[in-house]
Ligand binder design. Structure first.
Ligand code: PSU
Ligand code: MN
Length: 307
């Protein structure tokens, strides 16, 4: 195993990613908060490994990103991925704290925002995840708006997700993205998807039907000198979805638990995901895994089209 470590920043590329960079092969970034804070073990490692394989099968190279004992990893070796999946005390690092985790030699899993920062630093243009953070319900009093949204506005990475989770205020999430000039493109549909469900009842601001068209749109933005990223929403496959009517019942229940337990800040998203997992007896996790796999496939196709 050869690792290249830069003198300035403790950064390590996996063998596979280092080789891909050298030959200019397409690379797809993957986040790690979904592994440590989004899913229980061992479902999380099964998801992470199968998602990496899907990217390889499409002719691209996966780069799961995390901070391990203060080193920023761009791509994880198999044993590192397995160890991270079993870590119970990893920090959840976003823009505010990714440098803190490195400076203080900590282990941290990167959110969408922090993964975008690391991907751009490593020259990776496409990133696949499950769902992005957004404007939380009740944000008018809590001010809880994910740093993922402002990151999309400033960092030039294409993020492929399954929409915004219905635990959020989805209309307000779309408003904030629009204010920040982030293109929101739904793949193959005119309706913006809601993570576990294909329907949100909201029209997608933009729609495109092929990876080549998405790559061409991004190239055109670059030619115009427009910086920042874009959000690709990829609806969960029909056979894996849970309808929005059914999800709303579970979400309402999870939200009332969160209120009783006075959950706030960074803990909100992981808390709601695990409550919904319990309420649906694991069915939400199956849908979550299916949609991440679906997003990895599309992200790899976009990365290949860009290369
Ligand atoms: N989507 C998932 N599971 C997750 C997340 C998203 O299916 O765990 C994580 C992502 O890392 C996202 C983060 O960036 O939740 C958003 O957290 P917050 O709302 O605290 O910004
Ligand atoms: Mn938040």
């Amino acid at each position: 195993m050869t690792k290249s470590t830069s003198q300035l920043l403790p950064i390590a590329y996996s063998t596979e990613v280092a080789a891909a960079k050298q030959r200019g092969a397409p690379i797809v970034a993957l986040e790690s908060t979904i592994i440590t804070h989004g899913m229980p073990y061992p479902g999380n490692i099964q998801m992470a490994e199968s998602v990496e394989q899907i990217i390889r099968d499409q002719g691209a190279v996966p780069a799961t990103i995390a901070v391990i004992h203060g080193t920023l990893h761009i791509g994880l070796e198999k044993h590192e991925l397995e160890a991270l999946a079993q870590t119970t005390d990893a920090m959840k690092v976003s823009r505010a704290d990714i440098a803190f985790a490195i400076a203080e030699r900590r282990t941290g899993a990167t959110t969408v925002a922090a993964t975008m920062i690391a991907a751009e630093h490593a020259g990776i243009k496409v990133f696949a995840t499950g769902g992005i953070g957004g404007v939380h319900r009740g944000a008018e009093t809590s001010f809880d708006i994910s740093a993922d949204l402002t990151e999309l506005a400033r960092t030039a990475v294409i993020v492929v997700c399954a929409g915004a989770k219905a635990i959020l205020d989805v209309p307000k999430t779309l408003e904030v993205l629009e204010t920040n000039g982030v293109p929101v493109v739904t793949f193959g549909s005119t309706e913006f998807p809601a993570f576990w469900s294909r329907a949100s009842g909201l029209k997608s601001p933009l729609s495109l039907n092929s990876p080549a068209a998405i790559a061409n749109f991004q190239s055109t933005r670059e030619q115009l000198g427009i910086d920042g990223g874009m959000l690709i929403a990829n609806p969960v496959p029909e056979e894996d979805e849970i309808s929005s009517e059914e999800m709303e019942i579970y979400i309402t229940r999870a939200l009332s638990h969160a209120e009783e337990d006075e959950i706030a800040g960074k803990a909100v998203t992981p808390y709601l995901l695990s409550k919904i997992f319990d309420i649906t007896e694991g069915r939400s996790l199956e849908t979550n895994i299916a949609l991440v796999r679906n997003n990895a496939r599309l992200a790899a196709e976009i990365a290949v089209a860009l290369a």
